[in-house]
Write a protein that binds this ligand. Structure first.
Ligand code: ADP
Ligand code: MG
Length: 311
């Protein structure tokens, strides 16, 4: 069995959302202990991960240091965090494997994801990134072409495009490594967003691709049987937050689409996880599971979490 595990922010930072180096290392150790368990059971694992807090931190450095060193664009931030998070996960995984007396090669692939240059997200950016700033500090950034929105009391926030992932450009490299027995970390943060120019070359763009939607594409491309979206809740929940909230167990994909259309899953958080799960199963995946770190072993087998199955 081959599994694509998509690790959410909670698997990479502290519970309070802080992303100090030691928080990231501690979170990676917990997540990779679970992955080592899967590998021990002869499950083939490919890893992807979010990078929201880490990119947020880089953007703050960009702002604060802009007068001294040139700020780097958002696609560079994506590439940089793929490297640091991948490196952290590789070390943590190898340590977790060693405690079980196991040895596997690991690799991180700096991964580009193709998006359409005419994606609606570029005309109407919606994805908030970085920290809130007061109006007077935003002016100069808007002059530099950035889009910022007035979020009231908290201040202004930058919004960027969140385009659809069309293709994981470097999936072939991932595939070669997987076939050679490597445990691969790829498409971190949804992949570095690139568009194709008319001459065929690729160009990075300032956007954020949803990591769960990219995970669904990558899972399909590398022939995964199971996609597991790992987050900080054990299930997708119906009527989330209401007194009669109801955790969702095993559900057929078309039923889940009906529930999504009824508005049960928030657009910036659970919504894309549900969408990713549906897409993966609709494209032939055996099952997609949404659950937390603790339930990874059972979730992989379809015995825990929200388990999305074909109709
Ligand atoms: P990650 O960082 O793991 O990608 P997100 O914070 O984006 O995770 O999404 C997980 C969060 O989604 C949960 O912590 C929860 O607060 C929120 N959420 C919104 N709607 C739902 C729902 N219907 N069921 C469960 N969680 C939901
Ligand atoms: Mg989160």
């Amino acid at each position: 069995m081959r599994v694509l595990l998509a690790l959410g922010g909670n698997a990479m930072t502290n519970a309070d959302g802080r992303a100090r180096v030691e928080d990231q290392q501690a979170a990676a150790a917990v997540a990779m202990a679970a992955v080592a368990g899967l590998l021990h059971d002869d499950v083939d694992v490919v890893l992807t991960h979010g990078n929201g807090p880490q990119v947020g931190n880089l953007l703050v450095k960009n702002e604060l240091a802009a007068a001294v060193v040139p700020p780097v664009p958002l696609d560079w931030c994506g590439a940089q965090t793929q490297a640091t998070i991948g490196f952290t996960l590789m070390n943590a995984l190898e340590a977790a494997l060693a405690t079980r007396g196991l040895e596997r090669r690991t690799a991180t692939v700096v991964t580009r994801t193709l998006v359409a240059s005419d994606d609606d997200g570029f005309a109407h950016p919606t994805k908030p990134v970085g920290r809130f700033l007061p109006a007077d500090e935003v002016e100069v950034l808007v002059e530099h072409g950035e889009t910022w929105e007035d979020r009231g009391e908290k201040g202004w926030r930058r919004v960027v495009a969140s385009p659809e992932p069309l293709e994981v450009v470097d999936a072939a490299a991932v595939q070669v490594l997987v076939d050679a027995g490597y445990v691969v970390v790829a498409a971190g943060g949804g992949g570095i967003p690139v568009v194709r120019e008319s001459d065929g070359t690729l160009r990075g763009v300032p956007a954020v691709i949803d990591k769960d939607l990219t995970a669904a594409v990558l899972a399909h491309t590398v022939g995964a049987d199971v996609l597991v979206v790992v987050t900080d809740v054990a299930h997708a929940v119906l009527r989330y937050g209401a007194p009669d909230a109801e955790p969702l167990g095993t559900v057929a994909v078309s039923r889940l689409r009906e529930l999504a259309a009824e508005g049960h899953f928030a657009s910036g958080s659970m919504g894309p996880k549900v969408e990713a799960a549906c897409r993966f199963v609709e494209r032939g995946g055996t099952r997609a599971v949404i659950t937390d770190l603790e339930h990874i072993p059972d979730g992989v087998r379809g015995d825990a979490g929200t388990v999305v199955v074909p109709d």
